[in-house]
Design a protein around this ligand. Structure first.
Ligand code: PAF
Length: 271
């Protein structure tokens, strides 16, 4: 694995296909499975590691976001990554950097509403990373479903020459979606956390069985609150643009964001 920090060092042999996994580090099995797939499907697997300040709100965890370059480097190498691109902030946002990518519509609700500016930060950095890395395929985890929809919209609207691959959420044995922020859970909270996915599964079954969606969502929210979650949303949405929907028109998904102690956990399930 070659680690590089400067844009001009990112050079490829002519004619090779580049698979790209953009990350903010603190790797877990979810990231590593994206890297393995990128390597299987392309000649070269490039991973970027950049904790992007512009996608964090002023009260969010940018400064304490978990960082461990040595560990990440080892894990990425074991997963088959060929190049780890780890730029600093001045490389990604040099003096005078003035462009912002803003995707409307799909960003209006959920994470977009609760974290103003978050998706502008994501779209802008992903756009810049695509320009730097020039991937043929880029890999993202479906745990961040809204992020996937935003990037998909951007790539289609701007005719970017990259194929997007959205891969299934990687889960712990007990169903908890893997996330770098899971390390903030206390042992007690860690035992409660799988209830998030369990509630998604039970609710999906209830929706499929024909129970009124509103009732299913109310029950899900109460169940999570009773267990100690602070629920930001638990909703039934169209998969395509994440608009709320109260009847079963496929394809839809249940999406949830809830705080448990320090971390906010996100998850979703396709109906
Ligand atoms: O999902 C993430 O880790 C980040 O949002 C991304 C896509 C690397 C952009 O900073």
């Amino acid at each position: 694995l070659k680690t590089i920090h400067r844009i001009e060092d990112l050079v490829y042999e002519p004619g090779i296909s580049v698979g790209f996994v953009p990350t903010m580090g603190a790797f877990h099995e979810g990231h590593l499975s994206l890297m393995r797939t990128a390597k299987q499907e392309n000649d070269v697997c490039v991973v970027s590691l950049f904790v992007n300040p512009t996608q964090f709100g002023p009260k969010e965890d940018f400064s304490r976001y978990p960082r461990d370059l040595e560990r990440d480097r080892r894990l990425a190498g074991e997963a088959g990554a060929d190049i780890l691109f780890a730029p600093d902030v001045a490389t990604m946002y040099p003096d005078g950097f003035a462009t912002k990518i803003s995707v409307s519509g799909v960003t209006e609700r959920w994470e977009g509403a609760l974290r103003p500016g978050h998706f502008d930060g994501v779209a802008t950095v992903v756009n810049r990373l695509f320009g730097i890395v020039r991937p043929h395929c880029a890999y993202f985890g479906l745990k961040d479903l809204q992020q996937c929809r935003v990037i998909d919209r951007m790539v289609r609207d701007l005719n970017m020459p990259v194929a997007l691959m959205f891969l299934e959420t990687y889960r712990e044995q007990d169903g908890l979606a893997m996330s770098s922020r899971n390390v903030y859970l206390t042992p007690e909270e860690r035992k409660i956390a799988p209830l998030l996915f369990e509630t998604l599964r039970v609710s999906r079954q209830a929706v499929r069985d024909g129970y009124p969606v509103d009732q299913v969502l109310d029950q899900a929210r109460s169940r999570l609150r009773d267990a100690g979650f602070l629920v930001d949303y638990f909703e039934h949405v169209l998969l395509d643009d994440l608009r709320p929907i109260d009847h079963l028109e496929r394809p839809t998904a249940l999406i949830v964001a809830a705080k448990l102690g320090i971390p906010r956990l996100l998850d979703n399930i396709v109906i």
